[in-house]
Design a protein around this ligand. Sequence first.
Ligand code: C2E
Ligand code: CA
Ligand code: CA
Length: 767
Amino acid sequence: MSKKDKDKKKNAPEKNPNGGVPLALKVVIFVITILLTVSVLYTFVGLEPFLQDAAIVNAEAKIIDMGYKVETFFAKHYDNLYEVGKKLEGAEDEEAVREIVSSYIGVDYFGNLRYFNKSKVYTADGIEIEVASDEDYLPLIEASKSQTKSCTQIFRDKTYNEICVAFYIPVKGSQVIDGIGSIIRRSEVADLSNIIENEYSFIAVMESTSGKVMTSTYKTNDFSLGTNFFQAMESKVADASKYGKLYQAITSKSVSNTEVVFKEGPYVVSSFVLAISDNTYTLVGVAPRSLLVTQEYSFIVEMLVISIIAIFFLMICIFLILKMNKARQAQTELVLTHYVEIGCPNGKKFFDEAEKILNSNRTKDYCAIYFEVAQFQFISDKLGGDRTNELLKHIGTLAKNLATNTGYYGYDQQGRFYVLREFGGEKSLRSAVQVFTMLANKTNATEGTDITLSIGTGVCSTVAAGRVQISVLMENAKIAFRTIKKLGDIAFYSANTDKKLKHDADIEARMEKALADGEFVPFFQPKYNYHTDKVHSAEALVRWYNPEKNIYTFPFEFIELFEKNGFIKKLDHNVYIQVCEFIRASLDKGDPVVPISVNVSRVTAIENDFLDFYVRNKKKYAIPNDLLCIEFTESFAIENYDIIENLVEELHKNGIKCSLDDFGSGYSSFNILKNVPMDELKMDILFLKEGVDKKRDEVLARTVVELAKRFNMLVVQEGVETPVQFDYVKSLGVDVIQGYYFAKPISADEFNLFIKSNTSIKIKGGQ
Ligand code: C2E
Ligand code: CA
Ligand code: CA
């Protein structure tokens, strides 16, 4: 990036803040996220041993739960058998026994009932079951012989064709039978396979003391039915001493939870003592430690993933909240520093930024530019809020362009704009401002209305005011603006500007009283008709008499100011009245009278009461028709093309003549000549100034004179000072001249004498 580009960037009017989170904050959030993630991971790693323990406890809890279920089932089953046994005590013969036993077929917790008599086993139908060859029943036969309760190991029952377990109880009070038994499917006792789902895990029920396995889920033969659990364990374990603890726990019939190291790896073995029958059984659960922990690990991993997702989610939330906050802050900031509706920095923002620019570019010349849209309130009332904003937005964009990348701009209510711009001399600024004011009117906002914007411009450069603060520069630009006399003009601040303003302020302080005291008096400048060699008429030109200094001040000192502050209307009216009085007095005295023209400012002429005032006073002073003439300037006539025609018409109706003053001084329009029936055309003094091409000037002047005459206008040349000029205008065909060559503006008394003497140029000594 070049230095120039850098400067550009630094000084560029900032774009609307978009509410982004600063990089530093983003980094902080990122680092916190990583730290939190690492700490969560670390915590889980630290917790791992506890989790392993928890896994083992969990496995043990499952085994204990299983134990209770098995125990409950066994107990219930025995209880039911004893209940049946009680009934059988009263059975008198085998017939009755069969009847009672049959009644329990299909009832829960009863299984398939048998009755035992003299070491033989019978079905409920009384059919004897051949047991000699079926050693599964032998424990029960043995039990019936010894009249003790007992149960078998599990076996495949032929009737059910399923793994079953059989129970026996003696029916001691019966004369008919020894006892009863039942066969129950193992699945009804407990579905052991569901406890730990792994082929290396198993659950076995065994005789606590002998270690004989009664039922087992183990897939291999190591712990199959009838095997000795302790022997099988011994063949599997790697560390006999550890196993010893388990052995002790089981044989001492206590609940235990032991880690036993098998040859194939560490296993967790839990035992639960089943207090059923006289023989105490033990339920043993065996599972590889790795399996238990893996199961818990999947839980850990899930937790980890969830936690990390939660952390990221939380951080994203924090990030978004910060972003939203930032955006809200930016919005507030924007409202405080900008006129949001028109997208333009406000005055405060302008002064802040402009000051920074001035401070960081001390070697460059800058200028403060103050713009004011004339009659802004009126325009904004007419356009309404939305279109006014559109208009201001448009001007704001132009102001921004005018400021360029190295300056700044701002809006400060009521159609006032500020611009700070690099100063490249008055000439280039003047043309830039001209483009600005011209483009300001090129907007849709005023389309369909007759609004034409006039934007006044005050400028103060660091060259004129020195290296001062922006507030001082802008204040000076405003001072320059106040010196503007013509709408839409531009004024540059200079050391004289202050003096001029003081002068204006002095005039403004005195004007009202001066008017009341009669200090404003008309002088009269006679106009000469060379055809008749007589005074043709006169123009009333105002003078301000200063009684203290006994001097007259000329209009150029105050007319512009009065036009700006509106006082001109009072002055014009006052001069008109004095002219009326003058004519009236002359008429009353019987003095000769000539038509007298009065000047009327545009400010006076556009007022609603204009016609009324001039017509009413003509009547009031009973001035005969055609003795009064009103001079409208050419620029007024062009700017107010739509009303001038009507004004002239009305004045004519009331016997007042009309003159088009200063013709040729501005953008002369032949249309005016054609369409507005003026009585007189006053050619501006410019026609007498020698231009580059004398011939062409003459052709133009001659054409104007001819044209005006064709439209029946009296042609008057102003400012004729010399005999040469006089001859020249005569040759053009001009009828009447006004100028020092014939007479200067003179006081009312002098003028009176002048007419009475019926002065001719010859008499005056001109020719
Ligand atoms: P204007 O209406 O163009 O008046 C003619 C100006 O030319 C007068 O200046 C007059 O003194 C001057 N003049 C006359 N003969 C010659 C000449 O041979 N050579 C030169 N160089 N100038 C000559 P003045 O009296 O200073 O008035 C200046 C302007 O002030 C007038 O220009 C007119 O626009 C304005 N003005 C004067 N009185 C009134 C008034 O009562 N109301 C208004 N609204 N404006 C007035
Ligand atoms: Ca005039
Ligand atoms: Ca004039």
